[in-house]
Design a protein around this ligand. Sequence first.
Ligand code: SF4
Length: 341
Amino acid sequence: MSMNMDTALLRVQDLHVEFKTRRGRAMVLNGVDFEIRRGETLCVVGESGCGKSMTALALLRLIPSPPGRISAGRVMFQDEDLASATPARMREVRGNRISMIFQEPMTSLNPVLTVGDQIGESLRLHVGLDARAARDRAIDMLRQVGIPAPERRVDEYPHQLSGGMRQRVMIAMALACRPDILIADEPTTALDVTVQAQIFDLLRDLQRDNGTAILFITHDMGAVAEMADRVMVMYAGRVIEHGSTAEVLSRPMHPYTRGLIDCLPELGSSAAGAGEARRELAEIAGVVPSIWELASGCAFRDRCPHAMPRCAEQVPPMFGAEPGHAAACWLHEELATEVAA
Ligand code: SF4
């Protein structure tokens, strides 16, 4: 954790993303609002298809376009709206001020370049280091992410490394330029629990040393308890609850969040220790509504045990309870009181 925790580094406002398809327009993000502050970890949680990864790609303007596009909203990075920045400006921002690590490093690493060349590339491009200095920095980064014998590993190719080491190389690449924000999209899903715990430790250490803000995307509530300062829960392309991790996990106000947590009886103990079995998102009966079928009302109503006529008529806005804790549900107060009782 670092200084200036109250300063919003990134403010996402009313972000909409749509895709043109043969079936019509698919609305994948429907007015996403959030902010991330310097030095904090914000976890984005939800089932696949809820818009978590799409949000990350939209921030970095990596949505394939066409067929996709940001149709409305702003992505304010300090005083600049990245949603309307030029492609040249986005190349400066990506990998330098905001970087991203992906779930499967093998698809993101270049198989024909050494890990040293790949880490060094952004240092040459963004920081202007010469080849020698970039190589020295790459070795230093490999050491920082805990790769043994970095002077030798720097000349190896991705296929010569284990899955855990490849993910560490991805982290080294992402952090080489000391970004303000690191987006980590399911960074440990493909790894076993021991390596997962090591990667969590590593991210925390690097965050503490550099003050980096982390946007951590996961479907694993155990990872949320372990990593997050704040949580935002997404459903059908919207944020449906957000708040501090302690608040959201102990007093969830949205039935969807409650459903996710109810299936995790051991969650209370999970915050204490790493390396436990992975806890997948709960099996909540029903399926996420199709992106073509988002009509009026609350998108969760077909799966919600509390649904009432009003839920079909109006989209519930965000209602706040504690400062910073809010949920998009007409019954937010009743549900919060029930949990507290
Ligand atoms: Fe359930 Fe209605 Fe709340 Fe939606 S608004 S989560 S349908 S009670």
